[in-house]
Design a protein around this ligand. Structure first.
Ligand SMILES: Cc1ncc(C[n+]2csc(CCOP(=O)(O)OP(=O)(O)O)c2C)c(N)n1
Length: 573
């Protein structure tokens, strides 16, 4: 091999080693291999895994049923490996049997890289979703990513595949592995399996657990922990269980705006200012936890997700979903969060450290104070708007936030309130589509909900205006000249920002509202807002409040605020 040319074959093998690491940690001890060329990187990786037995079977059909027998008897995930083309198709009858009888098989099909598919390359077919409904999960992993992050993702995938295969709905899992040539490494490729030391802190282990099954014997993380509640359709009684658990164990609870925990019963453990707080370097350093207990989906705050990257996390989800884009879950608990909270509060596994909670509380209060101070002077923008809307909303009513800046600004500015309020948002895929129609649906279901939408989100769902009369509260459209989120993203300096990303719309919102027989009030300060809320709630049909925000001024308010947080002393003296 020429000096300086990366050895693709060695990269393929390291990639495969990471996958096998995860599978072995998840309990796989045997891999049934049918001979072929494209699958070579996995065979070479398997030869270097002392804990893995490789068993060779020529005919893939027979290999499939043989693996089925191994898995049935051992009740462990058993791997199958073959080359590309018709080879994996021969597994199908065994896969069907495994699916119907819940036997844990992990199907590793080697493949050509994507650029060779559908171009007449030899022994190449479309292998994606080859086993249709007969596998619990299918993953097409793409070209090998020979970086630490790529290896971490592969290890996590191996752990997950094993966990799913033996999970509540046990059965086969299919992973398709495209390998570019060359497949046999040059001499000097020293790829080795990870050890506990070299693999880094995560994932230590990935298993589907229920408290009754294995958690009692599972090593619980040591040191300082925190609870993170992301967006989620949580049960109404979850907040109380989280507060009881957190208060008993002196753990801070980072409450996403859509978690259901920012509003309602006061708890000294409730933290909402993390997105701002973490912009201060000293605070971000001092507040770093050793472990995280997570409920719900990935939080709105990207700052938080990035900061937690690499921190071992315990993910609790009643349906066993894997909301873990940073691959840091070391144990995935398939359990009802409420039961889990009660269990962990009583299990005595967490060492209480009140100074840890005090530190978080101090920092939260510091940011509260900086917010008050900053907004006292700052020109009117979404920050004051959001706080005024929350203040105005009657207890037990609801707020729906559209995606893009509204939900992020809600995250930044809401703070916490003892008044019970429900907060909704479409964070499943974070679309700006259908936001007004969703708001109307919430209201039509009997939950009086105030909406907060960007101007593009409104335009995207114009026909939602037909449903707006079903709303029991006004809805607020932030008219700031298009998709202003891009002013905060790396695209902001690009030529064509205005026409290709920001895409401003010049809307006469009064006329638009009139066309749909909705009332309209333009506002640009708090007193105008108060009057509009009062008039639109009093006078029968609901209406559209147009919050006229100067995007440049608003961005100035936000950037100045973050700069202040960065520069001020946040930590206690
Ligand atoms: C259906 C859909 N299309 C495109 C996007 C990408 N996108 C995210 S934010 C955004 C701009 C939204 O602008 P606006 O609603 O005015 O909110 P602002 O950023 O100004 O707060 C776009 C186009 C998306 N999330 N969903």
């Amino acid at each position: 091999m020429k000096a300086g040319v990366p050895d693709q074959a060695c990269a393929n093998m390291r990639w495969s080693l990471a996958l096998l690491d995860g599978l072995i940690q998840g309990g796989m001890q045997r891999l049934v291999v049918s001979p072929g060329s494209r699958s070579t990187p996995v065979v070479l990786a398997g030869q270097r895994q002392p804990q893995l037995e490789l068993i060779s079977v020529l005919d893939e059909r027979s290999a499939g049923f043989f693996a089925l027998g191994l898995a049935r008897a051992s009740r462990r995930p058993v791997g199958l490996l073959c080359t590309s083309g018709s080879a994996p198709a021969h597994w199908l009858p065994a896969v069907i049997e495994a699916s119907e009888s819940g036997v844990p098989l992990v199907l590793l099909s080697a493949d050509r890289p994507p650029e060779l598919r559908a171009w007449g390359a030899n022994q190449t077919i479309d292998q994606s979703r080859l086993f249709g409904v007969f596998v619990r999960e299918f993953h097409d992993v793409g070209r090998p990513d020979d970086t630490p992050a790529g290896h971490k993702a592969m290890r996590a995938l191996g752990g997950r595949a094993a966990a799913v295969a033996i999970g509540r709905r046990a059965g086969p899992v299919h992973i398709n592995l495209p390998f570019p040539e060359p497949l046999v490494p040059a001499a000097g490729c020293d790829a080795q399996p990870e050890t506990a030391e070299t693999a880094g802190p995560s994932p230590l282990e990935t298993l589907p657990l229920t408290p009754s099954r294995t958690l009692g014997s599972h090593p619980f993380p040591r040191g300082r922990g925190l609870i993170l509640c992301g967006p989620g359709a949580h049960a109404d009684d979850l907040p109380e269980a989280v507060w009881c658990c957190a208060e008993k164990l002196a753990l801070p609870v980072l409450a996403d705006p859509l978690s259901g925990l920012r509003f309602g019963r006061h708890s000294p453990n409730r933290i909402s200012r993390y997105d701002s707080l973490l912009r201060n370097r000293d605070a971000a350093q001092a507040l770093r936890p050793d472990w995280v207990l997570r409920f719900g989906r990935t939080p709105v705050s990207q700052t938080l997700t990035q900061w937690l990257r690499g921190t071992p996390s315990m993910l609790v989800d009643p349906a066993g979903r894997w909301h873990d884009p940073t691959h840091d879950t070391f144990v995935q608990v398939e359990a009802d969060p409420l039961n889990f909270c009660c269990w962990i509060a009583d299990a005595g596994l967490v060492h209480e450290d009140p100074t840890w909670l005090d530190l978080w509380r101090h920092c939260e209060q510091r940011i509260d104070a900086i917010v008050e101070d900053h907004l006292h002077e700052a020109p009117w923008c979404e920050a004051q708007l959001i706080r005024s809307l929350i203040r105005w909303l009657p207890a037990s009513s609801a707020l729906f936030s559209a995606n893009s800046l509204p939900v992020r600004q809600l995250d930044t500015w809401s703070g916490t309130w003892d008044k019970p309020l429900r907060v909704f948002g479409n964070r499943g895929v974070s679309g700006i589509d259908g936001n007004l129609s969703t708001l109307a649906g919430l209201n039509a279901a009997g939950v009086p909900t105030l909406g907060l939408l960007g101007d593009l989100a409104l335009v995207h769902d114009l026909s939602g205006l037909l449903l707006a009369p079903r709303c029991r509260h006004p809805f607020v459209v932030v008219n700031n000249g298009g998709g202003r989120i891009f002013d905060y993203l790396p695209q902001q300096g690009l030529p064509g920002l205005e026409t290709l990303w920001r895409t401003p719309v010049d809307l006469e919102l009064g006329a638009l509202a009139g066309t749909f027989r909705l009332l309209h009030r333009p506002v640009s300060d708090d007193s105008g807002l108060a009057e509009a809320l009062e008039v639109l709630s009093r006078d029968g049909p609901t209406g559209l409040i147009e919050a006229r925000v100067d995007a440049k001024i608003s961005q100035g308010v936000h950037l100045d605020f973050w700069r202040r947080v960065e520069q001020e002393t946040i930590l206690p003296a």
